[in-house]
Design a protein around this ligand. Structure first.
Ligand code: NAP
Length: 312
């Protein structure tokens, strides 16, 4: 089932008390959109200083995760990775130990299907409704409230929480009762990463063949392989400013999630396995904190194409 959101409403009297964990690059704009849509928000971030922007917009600060569990009907998390989700949900001082039955917990981070299944089992034992809701998009799409949200878990909880998700995303997809959203999220990211690898090879081949850099980007963008992804990256490639929208190190993490999921399920994924190597090489060559589309610069180095003069 896919649902497109209605216009944002302002929520008041019987609106759920919403808690938020994780105010990083993605969590901050997503939580801000919940506030803008009229939801009162209690927020927690491991480093409290990072909550300042949200407090200025009207959120209140929760000093700990257990307090959020006790004070809220719905708690949403947007944290880095498996260890972070494990900390905020399952570990001592986490959400589940303090939560009463009936709490809805929505995790929007990109994490492994395996850990998510463990969280689901712990949630089941405590009577917590657990929704998986990873997102596809960037910090810019998060700020615009235009994320694609992949959701799975109990459908009645999904239906009740749809207004919250609609405040953060423009495309919502309900995919099933279990880990479906986790699998599809890592599958899509795998395709995004492979695209960067292939594009890097294509651009360097074109450069060596004497094709003008700007013209090459323009023509690729109007060719049969044009895509929304390449569209997002056009300005970055044209200016060769690889300030990260998503770092090579973050993409490496997502490839590891996909490859682990494939290994656990005996699904052969040779292209993904090879592409993971380029991310390792980016990190090893000092490009780990650059956008993963900076792969082309590593290939240029390997091909002996050193500067703009060589490219012309
Ligand atoms: N950036 C993107 O374009 C993008 C797009 C789609 C999906 N995602 C996914 O969204 C998630 C968040 O990404 P991001 O870019 O917002 O990352 P980020 O800026 O690095 O923020 C990570 C957040 O997780 C918190 N955190 C990390 N470890 C923790 C722990 N052990 N306990 C409690 N909190 C912990 C951090 O708290 P501190 O502030 O205390 O460190 C911070 O709030 C990731 O799973 C990422 O793969 C990102």
């Amino acid at each position: 089932m896919s649902a497109q959101p209605a216009a944002h409403a302002t929520h008041a009297a019987n609106a759920p008390r919403v808690g938020w964990i994780g105010l990083g690059k993605m969590g901050t704009p997503m939580a801000a959109n919940l506030l803008a849509a009229g939801f009162a928000l209690r927020v927690y971030n491991r480093s409290p200083a990072r909550a300042a922007a949200l407090l200025e917009k009207g959120a209140t600060l929760a000093p700990s995760v257990p307090l959020l569990a006790q004070e809220c009907d719905v708690v949403i998390s947007m944290v880095s990775d498996d260890p972070a989700l494990q900390d905020v949900a399952l570990n001592e001082g986490g959400l589940f130990a303090a939560a009463a039955p009936g709490l809805v917990f929505i995790d929007m981070s990109t994490v492994s299907p395996a850990l998510s299944a463990r969280v689901a089992e712990a949630a089941r034992q405590r009577g917590i409704d657990y929704l998986r809701a990873p997102v596809s998009g960037s910090t810019a799409t998060a700020a615009a409230g235009a994320l694609t949200i992949l959701a799975s878990g109990p459908q009645d909880a999904y239906d009740r929480c749809t207004p919250l998700l609609q405040a953060m995303g423009s495309k919502l997809h309900y995919l099933g009762p279990a880990e479906q959203a986790r699998y599809l999220k890592v599958a899509i990211n795998m395709m995004v990463g492979v695209t960067a690898a292939m594009l890097g090879e294509a651009l360097v081949l074109g450069e060596r063949g004497g094709v003008d850099w700007q013209q090459m980007i323009e023509v690729i963008n109007s060719s049969v392989v044009a895509s929304p992804l390449l569209g997002y990256k056009t300005a970055m490639l044209a200016t060769r400013d690889f300030a990260p929208m998503f770092t090579a190190a973050q993409m490496a993490k997502d490839f590891d999630l996909a490859l682990d999921a494939g290994r656990n399920a005996n699904v052969p994924m040779p292209l993904a396995a090879v592409s993971r190597q380029f991310l390792g090489a980016m990190i090893a060559s000092g490009r780990g904190e650059m956008d993963f589309f900076a792969y082309v610069t590593l290939l240029e180095e390997l091909a002996g194409i050193g500067d703009a003069g060589d490219r012309a």
